[in-house]
Write a protein that binds this ligand. Structure first.
Ligand code: FAQ
Length: 315
């Protein structure tokens, strides 16, 4: 069959909302862009543990500590589901991790900002997980089956993450003057980087057009960003706090909130590796990888001993 026929069958499936599965024929560019996006997503979950890991030993109560540990563990689990999903496309986990550790692979810009106070844990849950969920709810319907199925479980956990973040900020927002100020300061610092999580504006997004045709993405970067602004502009009022944007205003004609300009120079600077914590994040991942070498070696030896034993028992 000529390749055009394969391409037509593939696109017809996508148009009919039939999931693409690992053994199905797919264009090489579809495979590659899924590996790119899923592995970047997995790396984001793994690097995303670092800003929060920073506060586990300093959480203000046993309850907050238990919640934070559970959340950070969830992020590790998300990374694992996502690496497994990318592996079904023929990329090896070792390859993907090596690209992360060398700085070749991208991960979300947001995790290159420092977590300076306890209120940052609430702001990350509310804003960062909030932004992540909007994007990930759409990915539950992405066209590649293993990615879509991984996202269903991830979204359930992210939704708990966002609610715990909001609740934590709600407590601070009703506390002492210092706690209120800490809450507002965290919102001020995390607001603009959270908007950047959705990626460059649509006119600058190199992958969006093709990814929308292949239904890898179901909404554009700007559509999701607007949805996020509309959601948070309302929720911030419940906290009695403000967002650091003079131009934030309800637009009755558009039925959306207008908002100010994003600093795209800052975004690209962070994406290129020059954000406040890029070097620190990569150094932490490399250190963890080096120090975990003995665990990987032990697991391999155990697996091969177990396989030998099973072979002997079967003989
Ligand atoms: N940071 O053409 P587009 C989380 C790159 S998970 C860095 O628009 P695309 C959970 C992009 O890769 C957060 N780079 O790209 C959590 C591309 O470069 P490339 C992560 C970015 O793929 C919470 C170039 O710019 N979520 O937070 C960023 O169509 C709390 C051009 O951009 C996902 O990964 C950025 N923000 O759309 C964990 C979701 N934005 O690859 C711990 C899955 C763009 O051509 C604590 N990913 N770039 O060299 C996606 O939905 C998409 O990949 C987008 C970008 C929407 C992120």
């Amino acid at each position: 069959m000529p390749v055009q026929d394969f391409e037509k069958i593939f696109q017809d499936k996508i148009d009919a909302e039939i999931k693409i599965e690992p053994r199905d024929w797919m264009p090489e560019a579809y495979r590659k862009t899924n590996i790119r996006q899923i592995s970047q997503h997995a790396h984001s979950e793994v690097v995303g543990m670092l800003p929060e890991g920073n506060w586990i030993s300093r959480a203000p109560s046993l309850k907050r500590k238990a919640i934070l540990i559970a959340k950070v563990q969830d992020e590790a689990g998300h990374g694992l589901y996502l690496y497994s999903s990318a592996e079904t496309l023929g990329s090896s986990r070792d390859e993907m991790i090596a690209d992360l550790l060398s700085g070749k692979a991208k991960y979300s810009s947001i995790f290159n900002y420092p977590s300076l106070t306890w209120a940052d844990m609430g702001a990350i849950g509310w804003l960062v997980d909030g932004a992540a969920i909007l994007n990930q709810v759409m990915l539950c319907r992405t066209s590649y089956g293993p990615y879509a199925r991984a996202m269903v479980r991830i979204c359930k956990e992210e939704s708990f993450h966002q609610r715990q973040g909001f609740e934590s900020l709600l407590v601070l927002s009703k506390g002492s003057e210092e706690q209120k100020a800490m809450c507002q300061d965290a919102i001020n610092r995390w607001w603009w980087p959270s908007l950047m999580m959705f990626g460059p504006k649509d006119s600058e997004s190199t992958n969006s057009d093709q990814s929308m045709k292949w239904k890898i993405k179901r909404k554009t970067n700007d559509e999701l960003r607007q949805q996020f602004v509309d959601m948070i502009a309302v929720q911030v009022k419940v906290l009695g706090m403000t967002l650091p944007d003079d131009k934030l205003k309800w637009n009755e004609a558009r039925k959306h909130y207008d908002f100010g300009d994003i600093n795209w120079d800052e975004f690209w600077n962070v994406v290129k590796g020059n954000g406040p914590c890029n070097k620190q994040r990569l150094a932490a991942r490399n250190k963890a990888h080096d120090e975990g070498a003995w665990v990987r070696e032990a697991a391999m030896v155990y697996a091969s001993k177990k396989a030998n034993r099973e072979k002997q028992e079967a003989a």
